[in-house]
Design a protein around this ligand. Structure first.
Ligand SMILES: Cc1cc2nc3c(=O)[nH]c(=O)nc-3n(C[C@H](O)[C@H](O)[C@H](O)COP(=O)(O)OP(=O)(O)OC[C@H]3O[C@@H](n4cnc5c(N)ncnc54)[C@H](O)[C@@H]3O)c2cc1C
Length: 429
């Protein structure tokens, strides 16, 4: 097959790897607009079951990702001056740039033609191909060139966030919640190398304006946030771009993954996450993969995993079906159904953070428990303490667990539909 992939992110590169390992005769070109070794963002998280799945598709890639990942088990929450620690499942993180280097190297080794510095702006720039894979992220140019064909819908989440890095290396997945005169502001942070951690700061638009972050330039923003979070950061600075951001690809984060909006004066870029869905994932010989097809709120840390899984599922479907339309339809069916609970979990998680003050009256251990349960469709409808007690009871008493499982969907059916809500649960950070 002759295949053109537009976008050399996790989705495009991994798709090309799996296709080539199925059949080395495939002729695959990946067009990536950034130079090699340059990307937006910092580290990303994932869970151990992803490694098992990657191993099935290409053990070499799975081993390289595993070797370069950081592991953690504990979750730490700083609420004001109080610090709470919870033991959790083992989680992993890897630098986005490291991940892309691993994927690009492996793809090239398998014979994929990876062309960096190659932006596709029009369809006639894509060479004749049996299949064109649109893996060019949330703002997919290929998707936008076919307006109306995919049924794209975008919801902008309410809170403001900024994707930063810090030299403070967090050994655990760390949350810090801080109350200011303008309201609560918080971060999620995790180490992804020996030197750096991701630090995503979030707050309501009222707090953002109240703190003057809507008007602050980059230096002032970083200085203010470092001061607010001086204790959990142990005095380390915050950064908007990695020390080796060669092409200034950090600026892509301004309009990039889940992006939209931005800070004043071209400084630090505060965004509102955009949840994107598409009614149809393929049209003619063009297929959407990864963020081009769907996004899920960063607070569940799943977008990269989903992009890699889309890529593998598309390659498998193409291997199973001789006819392209059947393969694309099968891929879309399979992935939409796998995605539904994760999208629901992501929506509830985003909404949970949007109503954070509701939960901050709890004691730190109670708060941490509900933080871990934030994907629940039931939680927004119950007083937080009642939900907490119900949760504790179910932990201790089996029959109540069954009742809660039964009650969840029943209660959801009985309640009027909330905008942007779905049902189901899912895993996440
Ligand atoms: C704040 C934040 C935190 C996140 N944290 C996590 C996390 O912890 N774990 C996780 O799993 N996910 C996380 N994600 C989500 C994750 O970053 C994305 O879901 C993932 O990168 C999607 O991969 P992709 O390959 O589909 O798209 P992208 O990674 O966006 O790659 C698309 C590529 O296409 C290229 N491109 C775009 N347009 C063109 C063009 N016209 N021509 C050529 N090339 C083009 C871009 O340069 C880019 O390299 C986070 C997202 C955000 C915003």
């Amino acid at each position: 097959m002759r295949i053109a992939c537009v976008g050399g992110g996790p989705a495009g590169l991994y798709f090309s790897i799996v296709m080539k390992s199925h059949d080395p005769d495939h002729d695959i070109t990946v067009f990536e607009r950034n130079p090699a070794g340059s990307t937006y963002g910092w580290g990303v998280t994932y869970w151990g079951d992803l490694l098992e799945r990657l191993h099935r598709h290409d053990p070499q890639t799975a081993r390289a990702i595993s070797e370069h990942s950081v592991r953690w088990t504990d979750g730490v929450a700083h609420i004001g001056r109080q610090r709470t620690v919870h033991r959790g499942d083992e989680g992993f993180s890897i630098g986005r740039r490291r991940l892309l280097d691993i994927l690009a190297e492996r793809a090239t080794e398998l014979g994929v033609d990876v062309r960096f510095d190659h932006e596709v702006r029009e369809l006639d720039q894509v060479p004749q191909a049996d299949l064109v894979v649109a893996c060019d992220g949330v703002n997919s140019r290929l998707r936008q060139l076919r307006p109306g064909e995919f049924g794209t819908a975008v919801t902008e989440e309410r809170n403001k966030y900024i994707w930063l890095g810090t030299s403070k290396v967090f050994g655990s997945f760390t949350f810090a919640f801080h109350e200011t005169p303008a309201g609560w502001i918080w971060f999620y942070a995790y180490g992804f190398s020996d030197e750096l951690s991701t630090c995503i700061v979030e707050c309501s638009p009222e707090t953002w304006i109240g703190l003057g972050l809507d008007r602050a330039d980059e230096d002032r923003t970083l200085e203010l946030l470092a001061r607010i979070f001086a204790e959990p950061l142990e005095g380390h600075a915050l950064h908007t771009r990695t020390p080796d951001d060669r092409a200034g690809a950090g600026s892509e984060a301004r309009a990039g993954s889940g992006g939209g909006g931005g800070g004043a004066g071209g400084g630090a870029s505060w965004l509102n996450f955009r949840t994107l869905t598409n009614a149809t994932w393929h049209h003619d010989n063009i297929v959407l993969v990864g963020d081009a097809a769907h996004t899920t709120h960063y607070s569940i840390g799943a977008g990269t995993t989903l992009a890699l899984e889309d890529a593998a599922a598309l390659a498998d479907a193409l291997g199973r079906h001789r006819h392209l339309p059947q393969a694309l339809a099968s891929y879309e069916r399979e992935r939409k159904s796998a995605l539904a609970p994760v999208q629901s979990a992501a929506r509830y998680s985003a909404q949970w953070y949007e109503s954070l003050p509701r939960y901050l009256r709890l004691t730190p251990p109670q708060f941490f428990t509900l933080l871990g349960q934030r994907h629940s469709p039931l939680m927004p409808h119950l007083p937080p303490l009642l939900y907490y007690r119900l949760h504790q009871a179910t932990e201790e008493f089996g029959p109540v667990r069954s009742l809660r499982k039964w009650l969840g969907p029943k209660l959801m059916e009985a309640l009027p539909a909330r905008s942007g809500s779905g049902s189901g649960s899912g895993s996440g950070r």
